[in-house]
Design a protein around this ligand. Structure first.
Ligand code: PLP
Length: 396
């Protein structure tokens, strides 16, 4: 059954599965225990840390294994709340994942949070950020102590200029948090570890769920995600899950070594899918089309009918796609990301998210295009009046 919801989670990559099975069979002891078998697990854990750090381009001592990006974001904001001077504000990209936005709101009062300016595709305005950091004319009175901008958006796949943002923050002495959850496994990991505070979840790139990491920058004195033990250099207490870590690293190494090399080919498959759709459904449009986007993600504004109707009909045809972010499923109201990009609520309710992965083939993409075309005809036949109104409103 073609799976097009990789931004929600991915199937376990075969190499990650192998690494996990080997570790649960052979390296299950507590790495903090005092005998030789446990010491061997400790060594393997540290080797995995080194391998991950090498892929990310940061010192191994900065890598803290954790349960994933939600924990990472919450830990960073809690740390900032306790460590930034009281006159400092935090600048946040409005299209961040809810785990970042909620952590920001929980940790800081509204007057200490500044919303970053974005363009109509959702890309952070670098000139506005530079002015904000430099304390320009329209900058707030308080200085910016920290900035949060993700590497790539989970709903639209729009890529942020995280390298430039990291450099700007360093130049102005501000901390930078980069949520790398949707970047890793799709685009090269190289350099991401040097951006600042960086977090990600293994299950977004072929690893197991409930495991991930946080890169803690050098100047982060007194950082503790969890207290109560000396694990992870005292920065995150709790017994390490070595088998999950082994699978995480195997999944990322596999993505870096093989799949990423085929990025251009995958982009072509996605582009053929879009060309076919545009030819038959001229009313369909890609959200964030004017920006650089991940090869795997298409946020599709459909010509008519609510997204959940499309999702149900596609599901019956055997295609798993999403109405947006999995975390927003079941919530009232349209997505905050689409609203920030200027979509009206009735448009946002017509958006579906298609996200491919390492096992998606060219044929899966073309079959999805045909399924969408058939679904459109079916929905049009079911509600001709609704469809007429929607198309008239769009000028189609
Ligand atoms: N950040 C982004 C961009 C995401 O897409 C997600 C998951 O959807 C998360 C953070 C949270 O990841 P997790 O649920 O693994 O903690």
């Amino acid at each position: 059954m073609p799976y097009f919801d990789h931004n929600a989670t991915t199937p376990l990559a075969p190499r990650a599965r192998e690494a996990w099975l080997r570790a649960v069979d052979e390296s299950w002891q507590n790495p903090s225990s005092p005998y030789r078998e446990a010491a061997r697990v400790r060594i393997r854990l540290d080797q995995a840390r080194e391998q991950l750090a090498l892929l990310l381009g940061c010192p191994a001592a900065r890598v803290v294994f954790n349960s994933g990006a939600t924990e990472g974001a919450n830990a960073v904001f809690a740390h900032w709340a306790g460590s930034l001077a009281a006159d400092r504000v935090v600048a946040v990209n409005p299209t961040e994942h809810p785990c970042v936005l909620e952590a920001a709101r929980q940790s800081f009062p509204p007057e200490r949070l500044v919303e970053l300016r974005i363009d109509r595709n959702g890309v952070v305005d670098l000139a506005a950020l530079a002015a904000l950091l430099a304390g320009g004319a329209d900058a707030p009175r308080a200085a910016v102590g920290a900035v949060a901008v993700m590497a790539a958006n989970n709903e639209t796949g729009v890529i942020q200029p995280w390298r430039e943002i990291g450099a700007l923050c360093r130049a102005h002495g501000a901390a930078y948090f980069c949520d790398g959850a949707q970047w890793l496994g799709k685009v090269t990991a190289a350099g991401l570890g040097g951006a600042g505070w960086v977090t990600a979840s293994a299950h977004k790139f072929g690893g197991p769920k409930g495991t991930g990491f946080l890169v803690v920058p050098e100047q982060a004195e007194g950082f503790h995600a969890q207290r109560g033990g000396e694990q992870e250099g005292g920065r995150r207490a709790g017994t390490e899950d070595y088998p999950a870590v082994a699978a995480l690293v195997a999944a990322l190494a596999d993505a870096e070594g093989s799949r990423v090399l085929r990025e251009t080919e995958r982009q072509r498959w996605r582009d053929s899918f879009l060309a076919r759709l545009h030819a038959v459904l001229p009313g369909a449009r890609v959200v964030g089309a004017g920006a650089e986007r991940l090869w795997n993600t298409v946020s599709l504004l459909l010509p008519h009918s609510e997204n959940h109707r499309w999702v149900l009909k596609l599901d019956r045809r055997g295609f798993q796609v999403s109405t947006g972010s999995a975390c927003a499923t079941g919530r009232e109201g349209p997505s905050h990301v689409l609203a920030a990009l200027g979509l009206a609520p009735d448009e946002a309710r017509r958006v579906i998210r298609v996200s491919a992965g390492w096992e998606t083939s060219a044929e899966d993409w073309s079959r999805l295009a045909e399924a969408l075309i058939e679904t459109e005809a079916e929905l049009r036949a079911a509600s001709p009046d609704l469809v007429k109104t929607a198309w008239a409103a769009r000028g189609n």
